[in-house]
Design a protein around this ligand. Structure first.
Ligand code: ZN
Length: 234
C-alpha cells in the first residue's frame, strides 16, 4: 500500500446504522416516516416549530444507550496511531465519532447535541429537549432556540476547511454514505482531481461508486476495521 500522508475520511449514516441509529434515506429510514419539508427545512420550522422540536427531541432521546461501533472505534484508532494526518468529515449529526475518541472531526451537517440561538447566534452543548419556551443560556430570550443541525436548503458548515482538506488529501475514504447528497457526494471527484487515491467502503455500491478508484463492500463494522489494520500495518 502506498505511503499516505494525509487521509480524509467522509462518513455517513451507514456507519451509525450498525450502532442502531436509523438512517434517513433508506426505504424504511426516517424520511420514509417523516416529511423532511415539514421537519428539516427553515420553512418547516417557521410554519410549525413545535413539530420540528419534537422531531429532533426524539432523535436526541434516541441517542440514549447508543454507542460507537467497531467502525467508529477503528477510525479513532487510525487517527491515534497513524503516522500521517487523519481528518474525519462526517455528515452524521450523532456524537458517535467523539464517543469513540476521534478528535480531528468536522461535523458538516451540525450536531444533535448542540443548540443554536437564532436571536444572538451562540451555540450551546445541549442534551435536553428543546421547545418554544426554552431560554437561550447566553441572551436569555425564548423562541429562538433551534437544533444546531443543517437543514435542507441551508449551507453545510465548514465548507472552506473541507475544501482545503480535499486538496491536501492523498487518500480519500468514503464510508457508509449513499453518494447522492450534495455537496458531500462531490467530494470524491474533488479529492481525485487533486491526486488522492479514492476508496468507497459501503454496505453496497453507492450511487457514486464509479467515481472511486477502489471499492470494498460489506458491513462497516467488518470492512472498516480490516481496512484500518491494512493502513496501520502497511
Ligand atoms: Zn441567545
Amino acid at each position: 500500500m502506498a505511503d499516505f500522508q494525509h487521509i480524509v475520511v467522509l462518513t455517513g449514516a451507514g456507519l451509525s446504522a450498525e450502532s442502531g441509529l436509523s438512517t434517513f434515506r433508506d426505504k424504511d429510514g426516517i424520511w420514509a416516516k417523516h416529511d423532511y419539508r415539514e421537519v428539516a427545512t427553515p420553512q418547516g420550522f417557521e410554519r410549525n416549530p413545535l413539530l420540528v422540536h419534537e422531531f429532533y427531541n426524539q432523535r436526541r432521546r434516541a441517542l440514549a444507550g447508543v454507542g460507537p461501533n467497531a467502525a467508529h472505534v477503528a477510525l479513532a484508532k487510525l487517527e491515534r496511531e497513524y503516522e500521517g494526518e487523519v481528518t474525519i468529515v462526517t455528515q452524521n449529526i450523532d456524537p458517535l465519532h467523539e464517543a469513540a475518541g476521534s478528535e480531528n472531526l468536522i461535523h458538516m451537517h451540525g450536531e444533535l447535541l448542540k443548540a443554536l440561538c437564532a436571536r444572538c447566534g451562540t451555540r450551546h452543548a445541549w442534551e435536553q429537549d428543546l421547545g418554544l419556551e426554552t431560554p437561550c443560556p447566553a441572551c436569555g430570550k425564548t423562541g429562538g432556540m433551534r437544533p444546531d443541525v443543517v437543514w435542507f436548503g441551508e449551507m453545510p458548515y465548514h465548507m472552506e476547511e473541507i475544501a482545503e482538506e480535499l486538496i491536501a488529501a492523498d487518500l480519500f475514504l468514503s464510508i457508509g454514505t449513499s453518494g447522492n447528497v450534495y455537496p458531500a457526494a462531490g467530494f470524491v471527484a474533488e479529492a481525485r482531481a487533486h491526486g488522492a487515491h479514492t476508496v468507497e467502503l459501503n454496505l453496497e455500491p453507492s450511487e457514486g461508486v464509479s467515481f472511486f478508484a477502489e471499492t470494498i463492500h460489506g458491513p462497516a463494522t467488518q470492512i472498516v476495521p480490516a481496512y484500518v489494520e491494512r493502513l496501520l500495518n502497511r
